[in-house]
Write a protein of this length. Structure first.
Length: 291
């Protein structure tokens, strides 16, 4: 471990970073037992770091190289040579909860796809991308929650992919502005739509087709949520509220997309802090009542 570094202090610093940047995740993490909360903070920080590199400045090749450097730092940390306190607490969390290093590498692989023009041609392409940036995170999170049933792994991937698709739908315009379209092109083409039509949404000439496409995407996300929520009853009782709260927050976002008739172009959809607190606490309380 890094010489002279206080592990507890490193975790506290990480918690402050998560509070500033994690948004919906922070409210879901808050009521976890301290060891599990600290580990999720460490994993979130790692994932956020990879995502920031992928979305950062520089050429695609430069960002891919930065991610490979990030991977080397990960490998060094897991081998007992963390380069800074952030890597130290990640290695500590991996050891404490027997996290699978392959899942951490899958996060980096998923983020690397965003370093160059990404073509999502089919639903299978979307699933592969979502697994890398979200499903693998679901698997890491499930190990921290604690479980014995192997079914949890399938449900964890589904919940992660449900949240990722919700993000994709909410951030549709922003992603298009950055040259990214995460919805399957073959599905757009089946409605005679192009990515440019997604940028216009209801204000464009293909509004009816846009609405039909978005209905399918929302239904797909809802189906992932239904499957993913099965894990709540199967993870350790002291952690059930966390996935329940995450699902509640993201399902509310998905509901807002529908309420706004799929208008995600004119304003970014978000939840007020008070609403997040109510949703998270309500989900936690309901989860504690599960037999």
């Amino acid at each position: 471990m890094t010489a002279g570094v206080d592990l507890s202090a490193a975790y506290r610093t990480c918690a402050r970073e998560v509070r500033r940047s994690a948004g919906n995740f922070y409210y879901a993490f808050r009521l976890l037992p301290a060891p599990k909360r600290r580990a999720l903070h460490a994993v979130y920080r790692f994932c956020r770091g990879a995502d920031d590199i992928a979305d950062g400045s520089g050429t695609a090749q430069e960002r891919r190289q930065q991610l490979e450097n990030y991977r080397s730092s990960l490998d060094a940390a897991l081998a007992g040579h963390p380069s800074d306190p952030g890597w130290m607490i990640l290695a500590d969390s991996v050891a404490n909860f027997d996290l699978n290093p392959a899942n951490l590498h899958e996060v980096i692989d998923g983020c690397a796809l965003d370093c160059a023009p990404l073509t999502i041609r089919t639903e299978a392409d979307l699933n592969r991308y979502s697994y890398g940036v979200a499903g693998s995170v679901g698997l890491l999170s499930a190990r921290i929650f604690g479980y014995t049933s192997p079914e949890v792994e399938t449900y964890a991937v589904s919940l992660g992919e449900a949240m990722q698709l919700t993000n994709i739908l909410r951030d549709l315009r922003e992603d298009l502005d950055n040259g990214r379209c995460y919805l399957p092109l073959d599905e757009l083409e089946s409605f005679s739509l192009t990515p440019a039509d997604l940028g216009l949404g209801l204000s464009g000439p293909r509004a009816t087709a846009y609405r039909a496409l978005m209905t399918i995407q929302v239904d797909r996300a809802a189906a992932h949520f239904r499957e993913g929520l099965r894990l709540v009853a199967l993870v350790d009782r002291d952690a059930r509220g966390c996935p329940a709260a995450l699902a509640a927050l993201y399902q509310r976002l998905l509901g807002e997309i529908t309420v706004r008739d799929f208008d995600v172009q004119s304003a970014r959809i978000s939840l007020a802090s008070a609403s997040k607190v109510r949703l998270a606490i309500g989900a936690w309380l309901r989860a504690t009542l599960i037999p």
